[in-house]
Design a protein around this ligand. Sequence first.
Ligand code: NAD
Length: 422
Amino acid sequence: MAERQLKMGIIGIGVGAAEMLPAIDGAENIDLFAGADIDPDVRARFGERYPNARVYDSAEALCADPDVEAVWISTPNRFHAPMTILAARAGKHVVVEKPMALNLTEAEAMLQACDEHGVKLIAGHTMSFSPPIRYMRQIVRSGALGPLAAINVFAYTDWGIRPRTPDELDPAQGGGIVYRQVPHQIDCIRLIGGGLLRSVRGTTGAWLPGRSITGYYAAYMEFEGGVPAVAVHDGSGYFVASELVPWGNAEVFYDAEARTEKRREMREGTRPEDAEKLALRIGGGEERGLVRGARRAAGRRKWQPHDLGILVVSCERGQLRQSPYGVYVYDDDGVRDVTLEVAGATRQEELTELYNAVVLGKPVFHSGAWGMATLEVALGIVESARTNKEIMLTHQVEMDPSYDSTYPVAIAEDGNGHDPKP
Ligand SMILES: NC(=O)c1ccc[n+]([C@@H]2O[C@H](COP(=O)([O-])OP(=O)(O)OC[C@H]3O[C@@H](n4cnc5c(N)ncnc54)[C@H](O)[C@@H]3O)[C@@H](O)[C@H]2O)c1
């Protein structure tokens, strides 16, 4: 019997939502039933693309629709907590974009509201759902390479020069690279290492001309038990980490020429950022670029470091890192390239976790508590940068070990026809 469809609404149909749409379109068990946005252009474009969907001009109106079962919240950061609470009170299950909230008080209130109203809450932070990261976790947990010794991840991207709305340029509203990108890197580090970080020492930088928000952070963390982890993201975009992999294309959001042009426009104050942002949203001239990016991440195209960066897991008897189509496993016998059916974050994984939790009654793994623990690390980096001190973490939770058996990672037996040596 065919699975029933889950009726989902999107609140905030912006750039992040545009990245999700190909995954939603491809998910047979998800019915994109409604969309809400305060921008009339966005609403009109959504209505054109999805003529059967109900269109609302506010989160309140969408949440009042009794037929909507779950909502995807991809509004600006400051709305994540209040809209999650609104949706929970209306009995809707919630996937919330990163960062989950602006502070831990908000995050706690979100957990409480979802608990009280008996709805599921998923922290949809994307990268840690990706099969190569989950495969690395599974190898670490298997003990095949000995105990975990260290995790390091380095991202060099053009994050700092992507088009932004005024709220994204306001640190008080969760603007800045720490809030936006830590959820990717730290979620992955926590997933691979089990989840329980003990402390963080961090620093941030905001040196990009024309930007008031942070465009750089570096964090040194330790897990309970002392295993170290380092995360760095430099979003200044002169150099990008995909230049470092032999199959890389020196492109993240922009190619090298466009990056130079954007910086020039920012220096001269001529950049039409509002128009650029709108062009990236649904139906805009640049939306297709995002879709291409999402497809690239979808598995059969070569992986690029992009916003997660190059992540290396060191165990006492081997190391792991991402290969073009999977994971390189280095051990005392040499190196193996384990090709995976899906080699990137397709965003299907987030929808699958939602569907399985709501319709099939499976556990939520990237839960509200999981997202809150990652948020605590982001806030810890900011606090550590301010105080020059190590911050002890008190809200960490472990990833439920049944995650691995519930969502096993599919290995591609055909090897995708490429050279298995790095
Ligand atoms: N998981 C990912 O990889 C990923 C990627 C991109 C963005 N995001 C997240 O998505 C969120 C939005 O970022 P974006 O880049 O899409 O910004 P955006 O400005 O393009 O999108 C926000 C959308 O929300 C709408 N909106 C604003 N206030 C609203 C309100 N009160 N009610 C309803 N709609 C409202 C805006 O009109 C806009 O269309 C951020 O939290 C960001 O971190 C996540």
